[in-house]
Write a protein that binds this ligand. Sequence first.
Ligand code: FAD
Length: 452
Amino acid sequence: FSQISPKAIVSDACASYSTLEKLNRRVKPAVDDLTKNTDFFAYYRLNLFNKKCPFWNDENGMCGNIACAVQTLENEEDIPETWRASELGKLKGPHAEHPGKKAQEEKPFRPLQGRLGENVGESCIFECDDECDERDYCVPEDESASAKGDYVSLVHNPERFTGYGGEGAKMVWDAIYRENCFMKSSFPHASKLGAQSLPNGPAAFDFRQVLKDADRKQLVEQHLQNPDLTLTETAMETEDECLEKRVFYRVISGMHASISTHLCYDFLNQSTGEWQPNVQCYIDRLHTHPERISNLYFNYALVTRAIAKLGPQLSSYTFCTGDPDQDAATKANVLAVTQGAASVPEIFDESLMFKNGEGPSLKEDFRNRFRNVSRIMDCVGCDKCRLWGKIQTNGYGTALKVLFEFDNDSKEIPQLKRTELVALFNTYGRLSHSMEALSKFRDLVDMPAESQ
Ligand code: FAD
């Protein structure tokens, strides 16, 4: 990819595509090692099963539950049971309940060993269950003291094709994109945590329509003729939308693009039973929508910057797994990632946001809307999709919190919760994997069909 166009707005992303790809090639091995081989980052604690969808009744048929998903596959009954959406969407592997406070005091928890270990300080275990920081961009996973989360193995539950789709998934995506409607008068936020807007709220504006047909056609044609073209700026820049709203949209769309990349790349061929990349899925969802790919790269730049900014704080962080050797190895690995991320200093300039025009007044709204996106994840009707949806919204929420709420010069830097750190680095891992998968897809598209 070439340099970003001169029309690009600086803080949308400061680095070129090639810079981001080079960085990813360099840092990805450390990110993979961290997310796959350390207890601390390979397990995520969340309340996956006990939260109801707060926006609509998912028992009345207009839902995102698994029954809706199953109906979307044609002739599902012809598919072997293990390949059905309901099976593919299930969680696998170790899945340990969060120990109660008493049990933790008696026997602290050590995830990978699958048992409660000894000699682990309490400070390494408690995850601020009852606290909600007003600077949070997500509803904390461990928000409710009464409904403790479970530990789920992320390594055993990779994000990939599950067959989830249809009306249920559509409702969730629509509700997420509607959160982009920054209209305070229509959506007053009553509580500190952010009021919940209705999925069919008034005057909902769908940013996906902003790219007009003519602009899209032109972009696609340019992209197909020259895959090295700068994709950062879409026709959205012609719209009179402020930076903050555009950034909100790009984060959502980039996350959506990354999910699509994974499900297309790790796709189940239901006639052969093989897991393999599905080039047509890539063409339909990504290749012919270069602005979505651009938003994914944008997210990579944004999360890289957040991780780089966290570097100094993490150098004194205690990564408690209960095993001092593993703690030291985890920290070394984290620092390898943060230093790699910091090696491209001008990757993203967050300082321009919430500054000019209506910017400052939008910050609280931006935060509340992002919290609502994290709540919408409880409406996702497939366990594995909900798991990764929650991790990624928490990961982006944490990145936004680090970018917009942490002042490195201030003495008062809030400590991140363990779940926030795990979500942040796993979200980085997802983006990193998506970028690699996109590059392989580009090669596959160029290949003659018979050799694919
Ligand atoms: P969808 O992907 O559902 O998109 C709906 C509409 O949004 C499209 O028609 C298009 O207009 C627009 N759109 C699509 N992509 C973008 C973008 N990047 N930017 C802007 N607009 C866009 N399925 C799996 O197999 N595995 C998973 O792990 C998984 N995780 C999911 C997590 C969440 C939170 C949700 C809501 C769904 C998940 N799904 C998953 C389902 C998957 O995302 C799709 O919804 C499903 O495959 C149906 O796809 P679709 O072609 O109908 O379009």
